[in-house]
Design a protein around this ligand. Structure first.
Ligand code: F6P
Length: 331
């Protein structure tokens, strides 16, 4: 019988547990032996492995985080680390390794695939949605929801005080989360890595919009969504400079790791079970070194390198919609 192993790696994301559950249940149906490595690739290096059973999957689908724990593992990227991991997999007679994570985890998986004979299948799990070859990543939708509900609250107090707020959202170097959060919360402006030109123009644009609105309506509130890692001097520098140029108080809010937690929303659960179940159907095939993703809602496989070599573009429609709505507000 086949022995499959699962690990979760890199930034955890809501829905990782739902994905583990789907894999375990589908694999159990087929009579496979199922292991879970703890703390990402660290568990593979230290051979920290647990047995996963269907009983353990009870009430797991709705839980945030990952029962396998996660980590970023420097040692794994060395030649020595990869060799150790391959040896441990071989010693434990693992046939298939499922890696749930983002592009960093897939780079590691691909490198391992060069020296280990077994089957490797990646599943996209990250709140950033910055993995090419799939419409969405597990965790992305929940993170949007968390960001939107927080921005809604910021909007209440912004309105009450006619204040400017700068809300920083995660996304690493991609603007998916920022764009979706801004659109779904009717924020007034969004600063995205993919569309950022320069500091002076951005500040001027925001100030002009605030002033135009003030001229029309008197005191106004203004909520800006800032994608992390975009503004060279960081959010505090941006707030200070915007305050001095606009003559308004500008309050920073960093949403941070709340965006990584919580019970997954339905869309992430559905994606997790779709991809987890599909991944198990590949076990008896020769397919390896791929990530499973969705393309127009259908499960597909893509070679691992494609997931990071092709830059995933922001959806043009969403960008256009955001620009249109931003302009509408003060016309
Ligand atoms: O990749 C997920 C993510 O949350 C990014 O959005 C963020 O840039 C990064 O991880 C934060 O990493 P850490 O949890 O190690 O601070």
């Amino acid at each position: 019988t086949k022995h499959i192993a699962i690990l979760t790696s890199g930034g955890d994301a809501p829905g990782m547990n739902a994905c583990i559950r789907a894999i375990v249940i589908a694999a159990d149906r087929l009579g496979y032996q199922i292991s879970g490595y703890l703390r990402g690739y660290n568990g593979l290096l230290d051979d920290q492995r647990i047995t996963l059973t269907c009983e353990r999957m009870h009430n797991l689908l709705q839980q945030g985080g990952t029962i396998l724990h996660s980590a970023r593992c420097k040692a794994f990227t060395t030649e020595q680390g990869l060799k150790k991991a391959a040896d441990n997999l071989t010693k434990s007679n693992v046939d298939t390794l499922f890696v749930i994570g983002g592009d960093g985890s897939f780079r590691g998986a691909h490198a391992l695939g060069q020296i280990w004979e077994g089957q490797i299948i990646g599943l996209p799990g990250t709140i950033d949605n910055d993995v090419a070859g799939t419409d969405a990543t597990i965790g992305y939708y929940t993170a949007i929801e968390t960001a939107v509900s927080s921005i809604d609250k910021v909007r209440d107090t912004a309105d009450a005080f006619d204040r400017v707020f700068m809300v920083e959202v995660m996304g690493r170097h991609a603007g998916f989360l920022a764009l979706s959060a801004a659109l779904a919360s009717a924020s007034d402006y969004v600063i995205l890595p993919e569309r950022f030109s320069n500091e002076a123009d951005t500040l001027t644009q925001i100030c002009t919009q605030i002033q135009q609105r003030q001229a029309k309506r008197g005191p106004v509130s203004y909520v800006i969504v800032l994608a992390e890692n975009v503004w060279p001097g960081g959010i505090n520098d941006l707030c200070v400079r915007l305050a001095s140029q606009s003559n308004m108080e500008v309050k920073p809010v960093i949403l941070g790791h709340v965006q990584r937690g919580g019970s997954p929303v339905s869309q992430d659960r559905l994606l997790a079970v779709q991809l987890g179940t599909y991944a198990v159907t590949l076990v008896e095939t020769s397919t390896s070194g791929v990530m499973v993703g969705t393309y127009e809602d259908k499960a597909v496989t893509v070679p691992l390198p494609q997931t990071w070599e092709d830059a995933k573009p922001l959806p043009d429609d969403a960008v256009t919609t955001m620009m249109t709505l931003m302009n509408e507000r003060y016309r």
